[in-house]
Design a protein around this ligand. Structure first.
Ligand code: FRU
Length: 508
């Protein structure tokens, strides 16, 4: 199984890269989040292993982030739900671990809802319960060769997620004999006045309904003959999005590992309709949320203000997640993104807007192309860069230090957008980290379009055409990148806005 392979890889492939920073990590750096590669404006746990975001729910002015967490190691192990909260999805406060493994199994991925009408009876209408719905992964069951070792359980909290009670009648959904049967996403479905749950079962998604979050009825399934099937389906989500013409569509998103467009883990989505019982779609092509390699298991918030649809992903890839050269923590979340739906030539697609604001800016300056043509010295390792460029011309953006370089290019001649992180810094901790360039096909057209780049100590997120094309990647430069270079054969806006960003941990 993957985690065991990862542990072996850690022991035999990357001992030097991983152990050396551990020795250096003293308690002061833990307080200040200042270790090498430590993300400065992305969420990462203080220490130890993290993977998928779980239980994303907005309540009482706070965004809750629960996450797959193993508090005893920097590689995957018996899963808990870690917990953090934020008022703005930028600055995070760590909270105590929410859910611990129990006799039914490890606590795998899932979701959380606020039960405002007290349908479950776990709270009251005055003090509604937060209810978590998750997968139990039973190790004894797996070891004994059975295939029914994943079931769904629930837990509730009547103190805003601080302390939790597991439901005494767990599991609430038994395993029907399907090996991979997990990652329930629950939401309140207004038009059928019921709770809807979507989970994945190997190569398809299954839908259930409930009046009380406890008793679930199977409704339908989707996916065996649809979309990408290069790996197992994981972490589904189902939500409505309105187009700019006001038409409502439903999105079913499914993470898949392996089988992503540039290798390993990635998230595909289907645009269609959901009538309270069945999801249908006549989509022919495969749509991916992100063409970088490090945005996985992303799901959206329940109850976000103003009906916004906000996505958060795990900024890693199972191809190498367990051997990245960070200590004493491993992995970060992506920036949160607000989602929109657009229609072009009768085709629907998701557009992603990074959630951030000027509170994160330390210092901004306006540059022009002549200044960055040959490479300009700037603190690019903690920055936001924004400019407009012609989508029909060749353009290259480079972030680099004296001998390491990350390159993004819009190759209009070949109708491709390309990421090259082969020389971006430490890459040899895994042969799978950077075997080649990453490619996304696109349609070149003479049109000025916005490009936004968020560069942190160990990641670069790029949003092209106002979030139509998104590339999320980890990078591990052994020295921070110090230079920005942009070249283009087309038009570029007079102003390239460069902002040095703050650390969410050290600079409020
Ligand atoms: C996705 C995943 C989920 C599972 C969890 C276990 O990354 O494999 O399917 O619930 O991680 O940690």
């Amino acid at each position: 199984m993957r985690p065991l392979l990862g542990l072996l890889a850690l022991l035999f492939v990357a001992p030097i890269a991983c152990i050396e920073p551990l020795i250096k990590a003293d308690t002061d750096s833990l307080k200040t989040y200042s270790e090498p590669f430590r993300p400065q404006f992305h969420f990462s746990p203080k220490a130890h292993w993290m993977n998928d975001p779980n239980g994303l729910v907005f309540q009482g002015g706070r965004y809750h982030l629960f996450y797959q967490y193993y508090p005893d190691s920097t590689v995957w192990g018996p899963m808990h739900w870690g917990h953090a909260t934020s008022k703005d999805l930028l600055y995070w406060t760590h909270q105590p671990i929410a859910l611990y493994p129990d006799s039914l199994g490890y606590i795998f991925s899932g979701s959380a809802v606020m039960d405002y009408q007290n349908t479950s009876g776990f709270g009251t209408e005055e003090h509604p319960a937060m209810v978590a719905v998750y997968t139990y992964h039973n190790m004894e069951g797996e070891r004994s060769g059975r295939n029914d070792y994943q079931t769904q359980g629930i837990a509730y909290s009547v103190d805003q997620g601080q302390t939790w009670e597991k439901y005494i009648g767990n599991p609430v959904i038994d395993n029907p004999g399907i090996k991979d049967f997990r990652d329930p996403k629950v939401f309140w479905h207004e038009s059928s006045q019921s709770w809807i749950l979507v989970l994945v079962a190997g190569d398809h998604a299954r839908f259930y309904r409930s009046d009380n979050l406890i008793d679930w009825t199977f409704l339908s399934s989707f996916g065996q003959d649809f979309g990408a099937h290069g790996g197992v389906w994981e972490c589904p989500d189902l939500y409505p999005l309105s187009t700019d013409q006001g038409e409502q569509k439903w999105v079913l998103s499914v993470s898949i590992n392996p089988g992503g467009p540039n290798g390993g883990s990635a998230t595909q989505y289907f645009v269609g309709d959901f009538d309270g019982t069945q999801f249908t779609s006549d989509q022919k092509d495969i749509k991916w949320l992100d063409y970088g390699r490090d945005n996985y298991a992303g799901v959206t918030y329940n109850d976000a203000p103003d009906d916004q649809r906000i996505l958060l992903g795990w900024m890693s890839n199972w191809d190498y997640a367990q051997v990245t050269p960070t200590m004493p923590w491993r992995s970060a979340m992506t920036l949160a993104k607000r989602l929109d739906m657009k229609v072009e030539n009768s085709d629907y697609y998701i557009v992603q807007h990074p959630v951030w604001d000027s509170t994160l800016i330390k210092h901004s300056s306006t540059l022009n192309i002549a200044e960055v043509n040959d490479g300009l010295i700037l603190p690019v390792s903690k920055s936001h860069i924004e400019f407009e460029v012609d989508l029909g011309a060749n353009t290259t953006l480079e972030l680099f230090n004296s001998n390491e370089r990350f390159i993004f290019s819009i190759d209009a001649d070949n109708a491709q957008m390309i990421i090259d992180r082969r020389g971006s810094g430490a890459v040899d901790f895994s042969e799978q980290f950077s075997p080649g360039i990453q490619v996304k096909n696109y349609t070149p057209e003479q049109r000025m379009t916005k490009v936004e780049v968020f560069s942190d100590a160990s990641s670069i997120e790029i949003f092209v055409d106002s979030g139509r094309h998104v590339f999320t990647n980890q990078v591990f430069p052994t020295q921070p990148y110090t230079h920005l270079k942009i070249t283009t054969e087309g038009l570029i806006s007079d102003k390239i806005i460069f902002s040095e960003l703050k650390s969410i941990w050290n600079e409020q």
